[in-house]
Design a binder for this molecule. Structure first.
Ligand code: DP6
Length: 353
């Protein structure tokens, strides 16, 4: 008798459970919710340049960087049922067009994962000036990945957050973990993520960014990555990447400044060689950029531990040790053509605030 009753009761109970679950899902899906996150930008020592898949931002080679302490992007994402479309406000200014599209692309990935449909308001602020020689997209997409996933009710692992941030901007994958970070190129979408190779307090490195020009660059990184393969040098640069990654990782872990300076300069020069020989060619250096290279090498030969690296712009990141950072900053400020010098130590991971 009992089993028969159970069988009869089951569809009713099931219907009730289904209705209740649907009700709760709709409740969650329609309830406004927000989260705020903060992330540092990073400076790459072994550069990411070129993708094997541009849409997914799967890089041609792995890269290594350090987060920049004291500089950050803080982003609040609020999903709101009443919003007719996503809104993006950066430093108090509403952004539309390509900038908004890139943000909505990440929000779409989050909405799909969380099963929600609400649009979001994204408010973002940088505490470092635009054109300061520091790529803001890394900090921006790392903070966006963390804030939006949290606001949507997702609990993503560091690895999953790094993958999500990568989809917005490749270098953002490296602004999720703390300190010294490696982004492994991976085999596929899910295993191309970044992880910490040493915590922030492992080595007292300081980045002194010599600002040569604060005007907006004509060709951004995204366009640059897309033409990297037109340079015949890119194949050689990519094939040699594992050696440079090993040398840089080793130098960081052993705190061997001389080896570190040699490999970061070599890697930066290789990336710029590819840029200059791409079609159309990209020349980011200015005369002051090159003058700083000469000075840095002379200072190092004279016993001051310094090394340079340059991203997709003319400003020079001069890496040094904490104990001589003041001296390096002073010397850079004295050089003709250097407008300002920004100083940052090693930063931590992206966090909720
Ligand atoms: C020269 O990460 O800014 O700074 O993925 O298109 O957003 P997108 O490019 P982005 O490229 C960074 C290039 C670089 C080197 C580096 O940071 O590794």
């Amino acid at each position: 008798m009992k089993p028969v009753m159970l069988v009869q009761a089951t569809p009713v109970i099931l219907r009730k459970i289904t209705l209740k679950t649907a009700y709760f899902q709709r409740e969650i899906a329609m309830k406004p919710s927000s989260a705020t996150a903060q992330a540092n930008p990073n400076i790459a020592f072994i550069k990411y340049w070129g993708n094997r898949n541009n849409a997914l931002r799967l890089p041609d080679n792995g890269s290594i960087s350090m987060n920049l302490d004291g500089l950050f992007t803080r982003t609040t994402v609020s999903f709101q049922p009443s919003l007719p479309f996503d809104e993006l406000i950066i430093n108090g200014r509403e952004i539309v067009g390509r900038g908004l599209e890139r943000v909505s692309y990440i929000l779409d990935l989050v909405r799909e994962k969380a099963g929600i449909k609400m649009n979001a308001e994204v408010m973002s602020e940088n505490n470092f000036p635009a054109g300061a020689g520091i790529a803001s997209s890394a900090a921006a997409f790392a903070a966006l990945a963390l804030a939006s996933s949290k606001a949507a009710g997702l609990e993503l692992s560091e690895q999953e957050l790094s993958v999500l941030a990568r989809r917005g901007s490749g270098s953002a994958s490296r602004s999720i973990p703390a300190g010294f970070v490696e982004w492994q190129m991976g085999q596929n979408e899910a295993d191309s993520y970044a992880f910490s190779i040493a915590p922030a307090d492992h080595w007292d490195l300081v980045d002194c960014v010599a600002i040569v020009s604060s005007s907006h660059k004509k060709t951004g990184s995204t366009e640059g990555h897309a033409i990297a393969g037109t340079s015949p040098l890119q194949k050689a640069r990519v094939a040699d990447a594992p050696r440079r990654l090993d040398a840089c990782r080793d130098a960081i872990l052993k705190k061997d400044f001389e080896a570190f300076a040699n490999i970061i300069e070599h890697d930066s020069d290789m990336m710029h060689s590819v840029m200059m020989t791409s079609i159309p060619p990209l020349m980011y250096w200015q005369s002051t950029t090159v003058e700083i290279f000469h000075q840095v090498r002379q200072w190092r030969a004279g016993g001051l531990p310094v090394g340079y690296t340059v991203d997709a712009g003319p400003n020079v990141h001069v890496l040094c040790l904490g104990e001589t950072a003041k001296e390096v900053e002073k010397r850079l400020r004295e050089l003709p053509g250097v407008g300002n010098v920004l100083v940052a130590g090693v930063g931590g991971e992206a966090k909720l605030v």
